[in-house]
Design a protein around this ligand. Structure first.
Ligand code: UGA
Length: 458
């Protein structure tokens, strides 16, 4: 199928590469020249496990272009995967989605049928708005036009994007037209029926079952996306709230999570207590959902509380440092991990950034490490162009521990699981380890010489 994808961010590029691997004829449009330059050279602008190798394989089949007019007229299906950044009010800004729809409607041919699919995460009602935008352009052009608009929310997890794209739990389609549903069913057929040969890096999981394609109305599809993210966010906040109480009553939250997760109705996933959620999705989407609710005058106290608990986790870590070190002024603190989660260089809304800002505000000296996210963190924090001596980044984690007053593990990179704890502890001025993700066994860390403090652990 001939497809045009508008936007080559995490969602757009992953989708482009996967659909091309599935033998669809893909063109990808982006206005960002720096991204296009990289893509024209065959380089992925995003860091995502496996994406570069897969891009190498399919690159010659994908057309990367800045021009909607060049590829949309010939396409059967157009996917909009542009950003929906938060407005000041928290609501998602759909300007780029509407603009993309407008540009599509301006260039599509009057005698052809197109399916226009919104993949970006958008407020409920956006699908209808896109229909109106398209109709306005058609009437300005004086044509009837034939575009079916559908919503197809994306459930991609950074760090697991390709795995999730080849082996999704479900595909959700919100559409009022049977034609659009049929087109999307044809698009996803190789995934729905698992008829493709898996790429060597992404073998089909042995227990994987064929995914359902759920069809529904557009508003419900848009709501499914927000509700799914908000539910996962509050599951994490719930276990973090329990973790805080565990600290008060000498219980171990990792045991509690295991015990409740064995109940099939609850499940084991997303019950890892720690520094909570960051990234480009949960903070933005929970705020956007509250924005949608506020417009209707509807209160969502559970979602509000999930946010409160989440951001409190960051403050609690700094409180733990104060609790052990007294004042933080002049103290040397090592930060392990800057990315909002492992296997990505994304630092958007990363807990590490807030913690570092707070430590600097209290006069601490911060040395920070991350396997790949240092450049992005440098751009988001003082320390690159406006270098400040109180904040240094290092690629050598052992150097960072030298003479440090405390270490704080913020991101649970595999790399940190394998550190020589004894060596780290020995080099420090005071061997305090605040394990913000409960990566280490308290016993092991204490045996290595650390004063160990986890989240909700004894
Ligand atoms: C999330 C959803 O998982 C995807 O399904 C969705 O498509 C995506 O948002 C989106 O809307 O685009 P993502 O933000 O990439 O994906 O990351 P997650 O793996 O869900 O983790 C989010 C945050 O929760 C991370 O900071 C992680 O450290 C934290 N987390 C996760 C916990 O603190 N505890 C857990 O048990 C799990």
């Amino acid at each position: 199928m001939k497809i045009a994808i508008i936007g080559t961010g995490y969602v757009g590029l992953t989708t482009a590469v996967v659909l091309s691997y599935l033998n669809h004829d893909v063109a990808a449009v982006d206005k960002d020249e720096s991204k296009l330059t990289l893509l024209h050279e065959g380089k992925s602008p995003i860091h995502e496990p496996g994406i570069q190798n897969l891009l190498d394989e399919v690159w010659h089949t994908i057309r990367f272009t800045p021009s909607v007019a060049e590829v949309v007229p010939e396409a059967e299906l157009i996917l909009i995967a542009v950003g929906t950044p938060p407005k000041k009010s928290g609501e998602a800004d759909t300007r780029h989605v509407e603009q993309a729809a407008r540009e599509v409607a301006q260039v599509c041919l009057p005698d052809r049928h197109y399916t226009l699919v919104v993949k970006s995460t958008v407020p409920i009602g956006t699908n209808q708005r896109v229909v109106e935008v398209v109709e306005d352009v058609f009437s300005a052009r004086g044509i009837r036009g034939n575009i079916s608009v559908a919503s197809n929310p994306e459930f991609l997890q950074e760090g697991l994007a390709l795995q999730g794209a080849f082996y999704p739990d479900r595909i959700v389609v919100g559409a009022n037209s049977d034609e659009a549903i049929d087109t999307l069913r044809r698009l996803y057929q190789p995934i729905l029926e698992q008829t493709f040969d898996p790429p060597s890096e992404f073998p089909r999981p042995p227990s994987y079952h064929l995914p359902p394609m759920m069809t529904t109305d557009p508003n419900s599809a848009e709501m499914i996306k927000y509700a799914a993210n908000t539910f996962l966010a509050l599951k994490i906040s719930f276990i973090n709230e329990i973790a805080g109480l565990c600290e008060e009553v000498d219980a171990d939250v990792t045991e509690v999570a295991r015990g409740i997760g064995l109940d099939a109705r609850i499940g084991q996933q997303f019950l890892r207590a720690g520094l909570g959620w960051g990234g480009s999705c949960y903070p933005k989407d929970t705020a956007a959902l509250l924005g949608v609710a506020a417009q209707s005058g509807y209160k969502m106290p559970i979602t509000e509380a999930a946010r409160t608990v989440n951001f409190r986790q960051r403050e609690r870590i700094v409180e733990k440092l104060r609790g052990t070190l007294g004042t933080l002024k002049g103290k040397s603190i090592g930060i392990l991990g800057l990315a909002f989660k492992p296997n990505t260089d994304d630092v958007r809304e990363a807990p590490a950034l807030d913690i570092i800002r707070e430590l600097l505000a209290e006069g601490a000296i911060v040395r920070a490490h991350d396997p790949i996210a240092i450049p992005n963190a440098q751009a988001a924090l003082p320390g690159k162009d406006d270098t400040i001596p109180e904040l240094q980044f290092t690629e050598d984690v052992y150097e960072l521990s030298y003479d440090a007053d405390a270490l704080v593990l913020v991101t649970e990179w595999d790399f940190y699981h394998k550190l020589e704890l004894r060596r780290l502890a020995k080099q420090m001025k005071t061997p305090i380890l605040i394990d913000g993700r409960n990566v280490y066994s308290p016993e092991e860390a204490r045996t290595a010489g650390f004063h160990y403090i986890g989240v909700g652990r004894i």
